[in-house]
Design a protein around this ligand. Structure first.
Ligand SMILES: NC(=O)c1ccc[n+]([C@@H]2O[C@H](COP(=O)([O-])OP(=O)(O)OC[C@H]3O[C@@H](n4cnc5c(N)ncnc54)[C@H](O)[C@@H]3O)[C@@H](O)[C@H]2O)c1
Ligand SMILES: O=C(O)C[C@H](O)C(=O)O
Length: 354
């Protein structure tokens, strides 16, 4: 779980027990991955990282514009994945057809002073478009969103997939890996150790206080005072805003997000490939708490989520933080569901009127 050194050679050399049973001894399967939003700030470095993944057979890049150039550039990288570019709404279905994993970074980023929730109007429509196309072109794909406001976008996509009779809660994800990456980095910095040696659960959602790092379960044990836990928790919760401010109107986190999403996509692919003990945190449909979407540790496998591993043990202050965050998270979930319902109703009215 979350050891962030990509060791592709080791991955390739690894014996694949499940595949061996199928007669594919010492080989790995190869997958098609589609990146929607591929020419954006996250999309480009993410596509470069995915292009280097030996589990990828085909990398489909989709964006509204400027994607042919990104595709031509990336296609010269000497790794086995082939690259295809698709531009505009009319080519979205082609980009998605036969994809096993779809990762979506399409959408506006925040500007200084904005909350993620303020992106709902613009980015909610994109989530509806992509989820609709996925339901028709590749309903069995694992669909992973990066687009904000993540706390609302995943509920929106789930409403669309339900309406299209293509919802499988084990195949829909909101990528929260960046929160874990940041937690590891900031804690390692504080304790003067290697970030790769830090493991800490980060649960909930992906905005402000809904991002809840569980210091009581930090490994190695967190060495600091209560004030340090408070200030590091605040920094992890507000790290996105730290980057938005530093970029001063030129977008939000892109490189650390690409790193995090590439890591998450690799874990999805390893799960599909039959690798064992693949555990990642992600924001998914959940009955772990009374909030219907929540991020906890997930065991990944050949059909997406094999098992939700539930809440970690919580200290009293962490229990309190969880209770406080639930209504905040619930508000964003309801906003997403309302948004999706109103658009879906409009669509149905139009279809009836035709
Ligand atoms: N989950 C997280 O932890 C996390 C972290 C960072 C950023 N984000 C979010 O990721 C999103 C993208 O950020 P970015 O910095 O890459 O933004 P960006 O503006 O640089 O790129 C977005 C890309 O999406 C494309 N796009 C817009 N509508 C599209 C559509 N209908 N179909 C296909 N492509 C479309 C744009 O053309 C652009 O290339 C934002 O919503 C941001 O808030 C999430
Ligand atoms: O903060 C943002 O708007 C982008 C992203 O959600 C982040 O956490 O960096």
């Amino acid at each position: 779980m979350l050891s962030f050194a990509f060791n592709w050679t080791k991955l390739l050399q690894r014996r694949q027990p499940n595949l061996a049973l199928l007669g594919f001894q010492n080989s790995v399967r190869n997958y098609k991955v589609t990146v929607v939003g591929a020419s954006g700030g996250i999309g480009q470095p993410l596509s470069l990282l995915i292009k280097q993944n030996p589990l990828v057979r085909e990398l489909a890049l989709h964006d509204l514009a400027n994607v042919a150039g990104v595709g031509a550039d990336l296609s010269h990288v000497s790794t086995k994945a082939t690259v295809e570019s698709y531009a505009g709404d009319t080519e979205l279905m082609d980009a998605l057809r036969n994809a096993e994993v779809v990762v979506v970074s399409a959408g506006l980023p925040r500007k200084p002073g904005m909350t993620r929730d303020q992106l709902l109007g613009a980015n909610g429509s994109i989530a509806i478009k992509v989820a609709t196309a996925v339901s028709a072109a590749c309903p069995d794909a694992l669909l992973a969103f990066i687009t904000n406001p993540l706390n609302s976008i995943v509920p929106i996509a789930s409403e669309v997939l339900k309406a299209k009779k293509a919802f499988d809660p084990n195949r829909l994800f909101g990528i929260t890996t960046l929160d874990l990456v940041r937690a590891k980095t900031f804690i390692a910095d504080f304790m003067n150790i290697n970030p790769q040696d830090v493991n800490i659960p980060v649960i909930g959602g992906h905005a402000g206080t809904t991002i809840l790092p569980i210091f009581s379960q930090c490994k190695p044990d967190f060495q600091g005072r209560d004030e340090d836990v408070k200030s590091l928790t605040h920094r992890i919760q507000e790290a996105g805003t730290e980057v938005v401010k530093a970029k001063a109107g030129k977008g939000s986190a892109t490189l650390s997000m690409a790193f995090s999403a590439a890591y998450f996509v690799n874990s999805l692919l390893r799960g599909l490939n039959g690798d064992e003990n693949i555990i990642e945190y992600a924001y998914v449909a959940s009955n772990v708490t009374d909030v219907p979407f929540f991020s906890t540790a997930l065991l990944l496998g050949p059909s997406g989520i094999t098992k939700n591993l539930g809440l970690p043990c919580l200290r009293e202050d962490e229990e309190e933080a969880l209770e406080k965050m639930k209504p905040v998270l619930m508000q964003s979930i309801e906003a997403g569901i309302d948004f999706a319902t109103s658009i879906l109703c409009e669509e149905m009215k139009k279809a009836v009127a035709k």
